[in-house]
Write a protein that binds this ligand. Sequence first.
Ligand code: HEC
Length: 290
Amino acid sequence: MKLLLKFNLVFILIFALGFAATGFVSWRLLERNAREEIAGSAKLLMDTALATRNYTSAQIGPLLETQMKYSFLPQSIPAYSATEVFNDLRKKHDEYGYKEAVLNPTNPRDRAVEWEADIVTQFRGNAEATELIGDRDTPTGRSFYVARPIRITNPACLRCHSSVEVAPKTLVDRYGPANGFGWNLNEVVGAQIISVPTKVALDRAERVYTVFMGSIAGVFLAIGVVLNLMLWAMVIRPVDHLSRFADRVSLGELDIPDFERTANDEIGVLARSIARMRTSMVQAMKMLDG
Ligand code: HEC
C-alpha cells in the first residue's frame, strides 16, 4: 500500500472518530441547553399565571365584592383572569398555552381534554407530586408542558364549588347548576398546565450545531490537505527521486549527476549516504578495471 494511502486511511479514521465523538457530546450539550431554556420560559410563564391569580384575589376580588351581589363578575375569579391574560398573550404567541384544566369545571372552556385529564389523574393518584413535566406532539410541532396540581386547600373555595345550594345565586344564574360543583377539601380537581413550543429553541440549537460541526469538518479538511502536501513534498517526492536515482545506479548508470538534497533532515542524510555509496562503487569498479 502506498504511504500516502496508509497515511490518509489513518487520518480519515481519526477524523471520523473525533468528528463522531465531538458531534455526540456537543449535540448533547446543545440539546440540554435548549431544554433548560424551554423549561425556564415555561416556569416563568407559570409564575406569571400565579402572579395574575394573586393580583386578582388580592386586589380585584375585594373591589368587586358589592357588585357581585347583583350580578356575577368572573373578572373577580383568579382562574378566569389568568386564563384571560394568557388568551390575550396567545394572540401574539399562539404556540404558547395556559390552561386551568379541571375535570368538572365551572366554565366549560376549562374542561380537561384527554391528555390533560391523564395529568390530573396522575396528580390525584400521587399526593406527593407537585409538578409534572413532559413533551407531547401537537399539530404545530412538539410542545413542552409543565403542570402543577390544583388542590382545594382553602375551605373558602367550597362556597362556590361544593354545591348549588351553597353557591351564590348570581353564580348559578350565570353558569347553571350542572358544572363546577361537588369539589371536596384537599381534593386535586385539576392542573395548571403551561405549554411551550420546543421548536424555536431546538431549531436554534440545531443551527449552532450545524455551524459548529461544519467548521470542525472544515478545519480537519484543511489540516488533511496541508498534511498531505507536506508529506508529499517532504517525504514522498524526495524518496521517489532517491529511489529512481538508486535504481539507475544499480543498473550501471554510474555517471549520472549527484542527487541534490541540501536539507539536513533524515532524507538528506539518506541521500548523502547513497551518493557516497555510488562514489565508493565507482572507485571499486575503477580498482577492478585497473
Ligand atoms: C365566588 C365564587 C368562587 C369562589 C369563592 C372560588 N371560585 Fe373558583 N371559580 C368560580 C367561577 C365562577 C369560576 C369560573 C370562571 C370562569 O368563567 O372562567 C371558577 C373557576 C375556577 C377554576 C377554573 C376551572 C373552572 O372551574 O372553570 C379553578 C381551578 C378554581 N375556580 C379554583 C378555585 C379555588 C382553588 C378556589 C379557592 C381558593 C376558588 N376557586 C374559589 C367561582 C369561585
